[in-house]
Design a protein around this ligand. Structure first.
Ligand code: PLP
Length: 401
């Protein structure tokens, strides 16, 4: 198979006659004109055979949907206004009062907040499972469980679960699995073919992706996608998407289309720099623990290696450190404040490095035994020169004591 970057750049696309530019046009519309009433009545939006209204898709949005399917190995795609909207769309489409959803204890925070807020108010219950203990997921699946969220690596703490085993459990128990694939980005592993070449067909059912992160790559677009390989499941998600009126702006879609050809290149650069810094952090006595799936002592490293290590070995651009307990919150805050290139800000995937201190105690059921006690700081490594970032960490650690 041709390399992914090549496929994304040379993607099947027919420009308007007489205008052979390689870049796609930006089609903006709410209204779409029909030639006749008969055409208006017969044009179908559900199967993408025609255009009916801006909310139901344009040539621009269909193009991004197709390319994201190529990226993640799916067959159907929905675009939504943010990564969180993708998570919410999946929950609202697949869950009803009396149902239960299971989330990993290290899930993306707002996914938990959605469960604790809106879902609970609608009579949908939730429980958290230990992502590093497949038997805990197995034990928590009940007759009410309709959806299991998966995340690899987990948010903030970056533990890498045994995704194959978790997906196998969901499959064997007949529960829909939805992966938040923002970290993997379609590059670190293949969510719809978790054992490439093995022919087992082991796969997640749904992959959601915060395009806000690596696919946009600019820190200037909010968007999410929901990808499936099952037409029936896609239709349930799509009908909910339509009823909720979730649309994306063509200019934003174009920004993601413009960034996609460099996705793999950027991901590899973020990845290289993050590994260099993670390795360097292990030499610093200030840190009790360095969390990065490619580091052998990091929780779940063997699972990462089994799933991602054999191929290109993708590991994204995130790393977290846990300061020794002797450092107070005030000292760690001072470290973050002293950083010059790592800016204080949420999100990741853009060119600028970012840093966020987290209060882990408030985020987990209990302090996980595989994590050292202390204040956690997460770095999102941007595209700056790694030597400059390392010098920045050094001077900020010096400013802390
Ligand atoms: C950022 C993020 C999201 C949400 O994306 P937004 O576009 O910011 O709503 C979801 N999941 C993960 C893992 C993320 O990092």
């Amino acid at each position: 198979m041709t390399d992914l970057s090549t496929q994304l750049i040379h993607h099947a696309y027919v420009p308007p006659a007489g205008f052979a530019a390689p870049q796609p046009g930006v089609f903006k519309a709410s209204t779409v004109i029909f030639a006749t009433v008969a055409a208006m009545r017969s044009t179908e939006w559900k199967d993408k055979s025609g255009y009916t209204y801006g909310l139901h898709g344009t040539p621009t949005s269909f193009m991004l949907e197709e390319r994201l399917c190529t990226l993640e190995g799916g067959l159907q795609c929905l675009l939504v206004p943010s990564g969180l909207a993708a998570i919410a769309n999946v929950a609202l489409a697949l869950l009803r009062s009396g149902d239960e959803v299971l989330l990993p204890d290290n899930a993306y925070g707002p996914n938990k907040t959605l469960a604790e807020g809106e879902l609970k108010a609608w009579g949908i219950s939730h429980r958290f499972y230990d992502p590093m203990d497949a038997s805990d997921l197995s034990a928590k699946i009940s007759p009410q469980t309709r959806l299991v969220w998966l995340e690899a690596a987990g948010s903030v703490t970056l533990e890498f679960p045994d995704l194959l085993e978790l997906a196998r459990i969901c499959r064997s128990r007949g529960v829909t699995s939805a992966l938040d694939n923002t970290w993997g980005a379609g590059l670190a592993f293949q969510p719809f073919d978790l054992e490439p070449g093995a022919g087992t067909g082991l796969s997640v059912d749904v992959s959601v992706h915060a395009l806000t992160k690596y696919p946009s790559g600019g820190g200037d677009v909010l968007m999410g996608s929901i990808i499936t390989r099952d037409a029936k499941l896609h239709m349930r998600l799509k009908l909910c998407h339509m009823r909720l009126g979730l649309g994306v702006a063509a200019n934003d879609v174009e920004a993601v289309l413009r960034s996609l050809p460099s996705l793999e290149l950027r991901y590899q650069a973020h990845d290289r720099a993050a590994r260099t810094l993670a390795q360097w952090c292990t030499q610093r006595e200030e840190f009790a623990q360095v969390l990065h799936p490619a580091l052998p002592p990091s929780p779940g490293h063997a699972h990462w290696q089994a799933l991602c290590g054999a191929a290109s070995g993708g590991a994204a651009g995130l790393l977290s450190v846990i300061f020794h307990e002797r450092y107070s919150q005030i000292q760690v805050d001072a470290f973050c404040d002293a950083l010059k290139y790592f800016k204080l800000g949420y999100s990741w995937g853009g060119p600028m490095s970012l840093v966020v201190p987290y209060e882990l105690a408030s985020m987990r059921m209990a302090w996980p035994s595989h994590l050292a006690r202390g204040t956690l700081v997460r770095f999102s490594v941007g595209l700056e020169a790694v030597a400059d970032l390392q010098a920045d960490l050094t001077q900020a650690l010096g400013a802390m004591t």
